[in-house]
Ligand binder design. Structure first.
Ligand code: PBG
Length: 358
């Protein structure tokens, strides 16, 4: 219920009139505090009351856990700028995912780190590519885990860009679409439930949808990184996934942080091309865009990506003793849900699952 100012003012006036009656000689009006009709604090008095009127609830199955998988055998390398995040060999990744599952997490987002890279990102769609291997091993060990495969080329190209380069060393949009379609099909063949194209290449959702359908994967869904900004918050991820561009940046395909209306256009295009879910990335500096996307497409599931730089900031401040990590993380994730996200991809997923359980 909303109380607009007019209703409030007339309620106050009516109450005052009822209370007032005629004043006896020398009588004084009671203090203004006692005349308050609305006291929002009444519903904040106890833990029980606060829980009853809570509008947003964070649950473990709102969270998606990113997993980095490397070709290196028997590996568990901690990423220096992301304490608590590891690059795992496929077998170890599967054990980690099994543990996540036992905590109630239902979905993982798989990133592959190939041993060799080339200009065309061939390992991204290789039959025995690292992501494909990881998907198979995870599927076998934790059959009911929802496996989301990040579909991009930047971790697989020797130049670190998200596509095939043209003669001006810019990403060639339409050639890149063909490769993205091959990547998506190979990931679906390996057992992915959801393909998540992350390159902000025009037409990527349509190209992937058509290819999946052609190859018998009409049931595999697409989570589009529909609104992905050219953000400085991806710094630690580029250490973790070894996908920093060797030159230049991603501003010819990712969005300008100054724009929000453009996000609505990207969302609309992706829905029209067949996206099953939308995403806003990063989350923190873009919660207005999360809200606008939620309002634009109330019926399309919306994902917020709580990215590597957001994770690193919290970790660093917590390590310095400046912030309480648990309270900060739960507040941030709740804020993302309140802004309109259904799901949140977060490197804090395992920790948050433990905290939510306690
Ligand atoms: C691209 C991709 C990136 C992230 C997810 N997918 C990096 C980029 O666009 O540069 C960033 C995730 C993060 O920072 O946590 N494959």
């Amino acid at each position: 219920m909303t109380i607009d100012e007019h209703d409030f003012a007339s309620a106050m006036a009516a109450r005052q009139a009822a209370q007032d009656g005629p004043l006896a000689d020398g009588e004084e009006r009671s203090g203004s505090a006692s005349a308050l009709l609305q006291r929002p604090r009444r519903l904040r008095r106890t833990h029980g009351l606060r829980a009853l009127v809570r509008e947003t609830r964070l649950a473990t199955d709102d969270l998606v856990l990113p997993v980095f998988v490397t070709e290196e055998p028997d590996a568990a390398h901690e990423v220096p700028s992301m304490p608590g995040v590891f690059q795992f060999s496929p077998d170890r990744a599967a054990v980690f995912v099994e543990e996540a599952s036992s905590l109630g997490l239902r979905a993982v987002l798989v990133f592959g780190l190939p041993a060799v890279k080339d200009a065309r990102g061939s390992e991204a769609f290789a039959l025995d590519g690292i992501a494909q291997k990881a998907i198979r091993v995870i599927r076998e060990r934790v059959p009911d885990m929802v496996i989301i495969a990040d579909a991009c080329m930047c971790e697989y190209t020797d130049h670190g860009h998200c596509g095939i380069l043209d003669e001006h060393l810019d990403v060639d949009n339409d050639h890149t679409l063909e490769t993205l379609a091959r990547i998506a099909v190979s990931q679906a063949d390996a057992g992915a439930d959801v393909i998540a194209p992350s390159g902000m290449i025009d037409g990527m959702v349509g190209a992937i949808r058509a290819a999946l359908d052609r190859h018998g994967h009409a049931g595999v869904s697409i989570l589009s990184y529909s609104t992905k900004y050219a953000s400085a918050f991806y710094g630690p991820f580029r250490d973790a996934a070894k996908g920093a561009p060797a030159f230049g940046d991603r501003r010819t395909h990712q969005m300008d942080p100054a724009n929000a209306r453009e996000a609505l256009r990207e969302n609309a295009l992706d829905v029209a091309e067949g996206a099953d879910m939308l995403m806003v990335k990063p989350a923190l500096a873009y919660l207005d865009v999360v809200r606008q996307t939620r309002d634009q497409f109330p019926a399309v599931p919306l994902v917020a990506y709580n990215v590597s730089g957001e994770y690193a900031m919290v970790k660093a401040a917590a390590a310095a003793g400046w912030l309480d990590e648990r309270s900060i993380v739960l507040e941030l994730l709740t804020g993302m849900k309140r802004a309109g996200a259904d799901l949140i991809i977060t490197y804090h997923a395992v920790q948050a699952a433990r905290w939510l359980r306690a």
